[in-house]
Design a protein around this ligand. Structure first.
Ligand code: FMN
Length: 261
């Protein structure tokens, strides 16, 4: 039967508003967790939804590892530079770029993936990332929140060892999940006018928002009593990334069977 407000069930209000938009709009990283478990059924529901994420050429070049074991989480936390939330979250998900199944397709004709390239590695990494973000949003819609952990790339070999990864796989990032112990203030985002462009890229607008954002981010950090410089974002980025970050990564991933060339 056609609903009273039209065939799609949309009213004026729901044309621009939805549960998903509200969930995304309220999102923030959570690093402190309540003493409340996330059930296996919940993890399954989250991952079943996430597995519907789009995937390059239907390659589905990813795997997910669900980690609950405290010892495993402690090892991963250490690799991540001692990030305690990896240990304190009830469930940790590792999103893996995975070329193994593609290689089996190639092997049918006597080929292997020794000659894989940047595009192959990117497709797998993007697939893993899209599933990861979808899982994040699906979890959030159940009130389960957390934080992504890129520090898995600090030492891909050590992570592979801990998780028993096969050759031609690596963990792109992890995701701590649990019920939040509280809601930290949302970190402001750069103004939309420099990030969203219409029809053509506007270089002046893209960089023009940095200075006002520095002031906005400094006000946020002042508000939560976190020390920062006057040019907050610029100073952070300059400090953190002036030295090439994770410069051994290319070699480490080559060792895992990703050429990225
Ligand atoms: C791919 C990725 C990796 C991240 N890695 C870490 C991490 O290792 N540790 C951490 O505490 N936060 C990590 N974060 C969270 C970011 O620091 C956070 O999203 C950002 O500062 C914005 O804050 P918000 O998410 O609260 O808005 C990561 C986020 C992404 C997308």
């Amino acid at each position: 039967m056609t609903p009273p407000d039209g065939p799609t069930g949309q009213t004026e209000e729901t044309l621009t508003d939805s549960e998903t938009i509200r969930v995304l709009g309220a999102r923030r990283s959570i690093r402190d967790f309540a003493d409340r478990d996330v059930t296996d059924e919940q993890v399954t529901a989250i991952l079943e939804a996430a597995r519907r994420a789009p995937t390059s050429g239907n390659l589905q070049a990813y795997s997910v590892i669900v980690v609950r074991d405290p010892e495993t989480k402690a090892k991963l936390a250490k690799i991540a530079g001692g990030q305690k939330h990896i240990e304190t979250c009830p469930v940790y998900l590792a999103f893996v770029a995975d070329l193994t199944r593609i290689e089996t397709a190639f092997q049918r004709n006597g080929r292997d993936l020794d000659d894989n390239n940047l595009e192959m590695g990117l497709m797998a990494s993007i697939d893993a990332s899209l599933v990861g973000m979808a899982a994040y949003v699906a979890a959030d819609s159940l009130g389960i929140q957390g934080v992504m952990i890129g520090a898995m790339r600090n030492d891909p070999e050590a992570v592979a060892e801990v998780l028993g990864l096969a050759q031609r796989t690596y963990v792109v990032f992890g995701l701590c999940l649990g019920y939040p112990a509280g809601q930290p203030k949302q970190k402001p985002r750069m103004p939309a006018e420099g990030v969203i462009h219409y029809e053509r890229y506007d270089a002046a607008k893209a960089v023009g928002i940095v200075s006002p954002y520095n002031a906005q981010l400094k006000a946020h950090y002042d508000d939560i009593n976190k020390p920062t410089d006057d040019d907050s974002w610029s100073a952070d980025v300059d400090k953190k990334y002036a030295e090439r970050p994770r410069d051994h990564l290319r070699a480490a991933l080559k060792g895992r069977g990703f050429d990225f060339r």
